[in-house]
Design a protein around this ligand. Sequence first.
Ligand code: ZN
Length: 634
Amino acid sequence: MSFYICTAGTSLMGGPFKRDRFTTLQEQIATKIAADEDATHGEIDAFLKKVSAETNGLTRSDCGPSDEVLILASDTADGQACAKALADLITAKLGAPARVTAVGGLQVTSGEKFRQSGIRNLIRTVLRETRNARAHGEAVVLNVTGGFKGVVPYMTLLGMFEDVEIIYVYDFSDTLVRLPALPVRFDAERIAFALPALQVLNNAKIMAEAEFHALLPGRGWNDDPIFAQLIEQDGGMVALSGAGELALAGCAPSAKLGRLLLHRRARQSTTLNETHAQHALGQIIYPHLRSIPHHCARYAGKSDMLVWKEFGGLAPRIYYSVDGPGDVYVAEILTHDEHEREVVNGPRRIWREDYAADGFEEYRPPVPPVHDAYGEALEAFLQHNDSDRSLLEKRLATAEHELETLREQHAKAKASNNRLQRDLDEANERNGTLSGALAEAEQASGRLLAAASFAADAHRRQRRKDVDATPYVNHVIEVARILAEEGGVTDSEVLCAALLHDTIEDTTVAAQELQREFGKRVRHLVEGLTDDKALPNDVRKRLQIEHAAGTPPDARLIKLGDKIANLRDIMRNPPADWPIERRREYVSWAGAVVDGLGEGGTECQSRLRAVFDRIHQAALERIDNQADEVKAGG
Ligand code: ZN
């Protein structure tokens, strides 16, 4: 049971596609197949050998129903049409199930695309299919007869690297040639160091050149010409080449241990018998130890060999190469100083060809190979790593905790900020209100001073009727004070009107003048408190009682204040010529007027009414007492 892999060419078309508008690709292929069937008179074997190189090779290698065939088609329409027809023929005539896989990028119009993706995809596909078939116990055979000519060399080499049988039949011969294997292999030692970098590049598909170079170990690797074949470089970017793909697949270090051979010159090294060198030689035959990046270096232009050393800057440098089955050929062992002086900073060059094969002898270091030598180092490294990790985990936990705390603080700060903002808004609003109020208050006090000044001027020639002949203006100022302090009145126009309440009645001031100076409202308030002086005194007094009920609310306040002031004057400082009866009469009349104003009203009115009632009561009692005294005295 074999698994055949062939690439499909376009021989089934019997020549270039004619592209005449009446014939399809499939029709041209069918015509060619029919013609070959006719020419071979129905003899299947002859037909299969004639119709295509691919079927020729398969027929001669006895491909049959128990086998499988994979046809790799190019990335072109005619290639795929031929591959499909070929698969159908193989299935029908040979009885082997055949399937077609198209290989992206495999074409002949773009060389760059052929190199960068065609070959790479071909190698990938063949490797994948080969390994898969082998995993199922099938023998893999690469049929390089016919097919896509450009990829034949790659298929052939691929077969040699992967140890796959390769068959070939020359067009005009009956002989099936099984291509003998060549001992070709990658320079695995040189590539092994770069395997991790190549693996990363393979995963990334494409990387910046500098980024890739940074992944290469040790010194001098960037200049190693081997990378020209392993990667494709284009515009500062790199990708794995087809060869790189193959190298990556084929260079896993061998588990098989080889021999350690030392050249005569290495045996003469001054440092050979020192612990460092002995220890290093005990380890160098282990491929996995040789591949540790810290241990390897290359000095392009100074040596074409690999240089290995143990940890530690002063460790000896071992120049070596690895051959075939993993034998390690050590050419030179230099001390650190020799190496620096002679090679790195000096003219010495170390080339593999200068160390003839007969100069090497197998060598067993007196210190036996230490299997776990690196194990200890690795252990230490891992422990260090672990402690680093747990330290980092602790830091992470702390940082996360801090972050959480900061988040909480932030949330709190945000809430408090919102609160403060609200407070600030409120304060601003209050401030605005207060500013308004202050401006109003300033305006009001200005108005009050103006009204006081106006009243003082208007009443300047008048005196009260008391013994001291008090300036009249004292009365109106007292009325305004009673309203503000005892009645709680804050309305500046009402207070102004209180200051001006007697101007029209008792002076030459005209209503118009009040309106001009203090506005309409003040004028109307004062007018409402003004008696008609043309009328006789007793009529005016009666009208005050009768009109009291119709007095507007604000005017009532002033009327109350006026009466409170007058009653107080009568009690403390009565008019000089008023006998008791006249005083009683005035007090009673004032009570009647105030009763006419009614109960209730605004809070200010209630307060003033309470003040009035108290004084009115006291005044009546005082007058009664005084009358009794007069009687008793009389
Ligand atoms: Zn008055």
